[in-house]
Design a protein around this ligand. Structure first.
Ligand code: TXA
Ligand code: MG
Length: 339
């Protein structure tokens, strides 16, 4: 299989793991984007920036290319992928959009919203990317560099976050290199991701639209457009197979809603509620207490505190409005027992 290991951009033969070349990291300028698009059209794996987090992408219509993503991430194959399109028009072809799905795409695309809709008869997203489901997850990213890449590739691009399965999503090219070095063909560097949390996922499969994953687009504006509350995922929902509890896991244990720091604990603060502890690492998600700023910093600060070697990270209470809902969701997953 072409894309299962490290493949050099220069095109020399695949090598054993110990001798694998480093994956090239190139700026997401017109030249880098053209090179990345050519690799994607050739069925290879490319990591690229989006406004939410970095993704690792492949041609969504090719089962072989998509298999490379699962292998690189060591991702269970029952967990389907999001197909990324350059324009809303291109996305509309892939799915059956009811009235409410159309309203959401008109209001929020391009942007950090993924819609799960029934796959259309013209859907080119392969079975493996959809994990055999009759539905398809579609997203039109808002980042101009992502859209330029998608337009240049001219394909739907399946792309999960560019981390190994179960680990924290990357928000910089350096994080991606740390996760997937030698496991993809090229990393495009477009600077830090602005939103910092994965897209919000809403399923429009008949009945009330359902919030499958809180994310970079807050619940409130979605409900305003719909004119009614979103349904919640509920328990045992087969339709969100990827929402395993212990996801986004750092190595350290997290103590949530902490009001103080105990001896030896690193601190992840919000709005200076806990304050600095002596001798251990301290970071504030947003000294000003803004949830948008906290979202943008969450994953990189979690990584930094994890790298400090602390066994426990005390995390300050985060408000649950706006993007706070998604931050709390990711922290709860990071704090959950590992599965
Ligand atoms: O912001 C994002 O969404 C990033 C960037 C790269 O676009 N991507 C991302 O992908 O977070 P990933 O694979 O980490 O998360 C995709 C989620 C998974 O939880 C998966 O189970 C769910 O989307 N999903 C995909 N297709 C689905 C479907 N047909 N029905 C229900 N859930 C689906
Ligand atoms: Mg992910």
């Amino acid at each position: 299989m072409k894309s299962s290991g490290a493949i050099q951009v220069s095109g020399t033969e695949e090598q054993p793991i110990s001798d694998r070349p480093t994956t090239a990291v190139v700026p997401a300028d017109p030249q880098g984007i053209a090179a990345a698009a050519a690799l994607l059209r050739d069925g290879r794996l490319v990591a690229f920036p989006t406004e939410t987090v970095y993704g690792i992408g492949a041609d969504a219509s090719s089962g072989v290319a998509v298999a490379g993503i699962y292998a690189a991430k060591q991702r269970p194959r029952f967990n389907p992928l999001i197909a990324h399109l350059a324009t809303p028009e291109a996305a509309l072809v892939q799915g059956e959009f009811d009235r409410e799905a159309r309203r959401l795409c008109e209001a929020f695309w391009p942007g950090p919203l993924t819609l799960v809709v029934p796959a259309s008869s013209a859907c080119t997203v392969c079975d493996l990317a959809r994990a055999g489901l009759p539905s398809v997850a579609l997203r039109v990213p808002g980042h101009p560099l992502t859209r330029a890449l998608l337009a240049a590739a001219g394909l739907p691009i399946a792309a999960p976050s560019a981390n190994r399965s179960g680990r924290i999503s990357p928000t910089t090219a350096a994080h991606v290199a740390g996760e997937l070095e030698g496991r993809c063909d090229l990393i495009l560097d477009g600077g830090p991701a602005g939103v910092g949390l994965e897209s919000t996922i809403v399923a429009c499969l008949g009945g009330v639209p359902k919030l499958l994953r809180p994310g970079g687009l807050a619940r409130e504006p979605i409900e305003r457009v719909l004119g009614r509350p979103l349904a919640d995922k509920g328990d045992g929902a087969l339709i969100a197979p990827g929402m395993m509890t212990s996801h986004y896991a750092p190595l350290a244990r997290l103590r949530l809603d902490a009001v103080d720091a105990r001896v030896g604990e690193a601190v992840l603060d919000f709005g200076g509620q806990i304050g600095g502890a002596s001798g251990t690492a301290y970071r504030d998600l947003s000294a000003a207490g803004l949830v948008e700023e906290a979202a943008a910093h969450l994953f990189s600060l979690l990584r930094e505190l994890d790298d400090s070697g602390a066994g426990v990270i005390a995390v300050a209470p985060i408000p649950d409005h706006g993007l706070g809902e998604a931050i709390r969701d990711r922290l709860a997953r990071a704090a959950a027992p590992r599965n």
